[in-house]
Design a binder for this molecule. Structure first.
Ligand code: C2E
Ligand code: MG
Ligand code: MG
Ligand code: MG
Length: 284
């Protein structure tokens, strides 16, 4: 009996595997066509300065408008794009589009906002990165100081000497560097000093339970202290409530980002939120 069940299980799993790999193949082939079919779009989420309460920047977040599957989030296709290398041209499109959007908002009369783009590991190690970033800055006319690239701890710990070189090259042209999802990796804090950085972003998972989890509070406070001591700007992501804001203000976090202020929105909606925010002279 057990043997039969085992066999059925094996059969089930092999069927499942076949379905999974077929789905994967289908996804991969539509991903290959997505760029030329212009199915990618960027959502934008605001970042606020705690001292003034004003919006000071935006982060570009990639979305895929799939013709049959609808709107797909990055975690559902970026790992695949990372594996097959498509992330390089897709990421290039992200950088160009975000820079153009930034300049368009400035031309529309908003104060100069920073624009953050997320990089993937493959893109970060790609030799064309600097050329792409320079190209996007030139094509858009955006001031390099307004562009911030977000990378993760694991990306820079993989090959430290190369990472230092790449970051320094970016720094030399004026681009700013942020460490995203900080606290979730395994980098030793002392190693951070070796890298030319501007910003650390405390991972949203620590902010989420801030008020009922003493461990998350001590981590958050430790990261804020560390950032200050290294002369970095500290951003909290995933800020979802007034209580989060209050706590982070009390602990002198520099900047905040999260659903409580603004959810990520497509450019045309984000600009309406921005206009409303600035017109009402809103602060947090
Ligand atoms: P991330 O850069 O850490 O971005 C923050 C994520 O948290 C975003 O998810 C955002 O929508 C979400 N978020 C923002 N505020 C809140 C909040 O208050 N509460 C909660 N629960 N979530 C919040 P999203 O857009 O699904 O992106 C997920 C990740 O995908 C990003 O994490 C980033 O690592 C990656 N990603 C996004 N766009 C790109 C891109 O253009 N290129 C690459 N390589 N990666 C990207
Ligand atoms: Mg990010
Ligand atoms: Mg993050
Ligand atoms: Mg991330």
């Amino acid at each position: 009996h057990a043997k039969e069940e085992g066999k059925n299980n094996a059969q089930y799993y092999s069927e499942q595997l076949k379905t999974d790999s077929l789905e994967r193949l289908a996804l991969e082939s539509s991903l290959r066509k997505a760029l030329e079919r212009q199915e990618f779009l960027l959502y934008y989420q605001s970042k606020l300065d705690m001292a003034t309460g004003r919006v000071i920047g935006m982060e570009a977040l990639l979305r895929w408008q799939h013709p049959e599957l609808g709107l797909i989030l990055p975690k559902q296709f970026i790992p695949l794009a990372e594996e097959n290398g498509l992330i390089v041209p897709i990421g290039r499109w992200v950088i160009y589009t975000a820079c153009r959007q930034n300049v368009a908002w400035q031309k529309a009369g908003f104060p100069a906002l920073s624009m953050a783009v997320n990089l993937s590991a493959r893109q970060f190690l790609d030799d064309g990165l600097l050329r792409d970033i320079k190209g996007a800055l030139q094509a858009s006319g955006m001031a390099p100081e307004l562009l911030e690239v977000e990378i993760t701890e694991s990306m820079i710990m993989q090959d430290m000497p190369k990472a230092v070189r790449v970051l320094q090259e970016l720094r030399d042209i004026g681009v700013r560097i942020a460490i995203d999802d900080f606290g979730t990796g395994y980098s030793s804090l002392s190693k951070l000093q070796a890298f030319p950085l501007d910003t650390i972003k405390i991972d949203g998972s620590f902010i989420h339970d801030l008020l009922d989890n003493a461990g998350d509070r001590s981590l958050t406070e430790a990261i804020i202290d560390l950032g200050k001591n290294l002369g970095l700007t500290v951003v909290a992501e995933g800020v979802e409530s007034a209580a989060h804001v209050e706590y982070l203000r009390r602990h002198a976090c520099d900047q905040i980002q999260g659903f409580y202020m603004h959810e990520p929105q497509p450019a045309d909606e984000a600009v309406l939120s921005l206009a409303k925010w600035f017109d009402n002279e809103s602060t947090i």
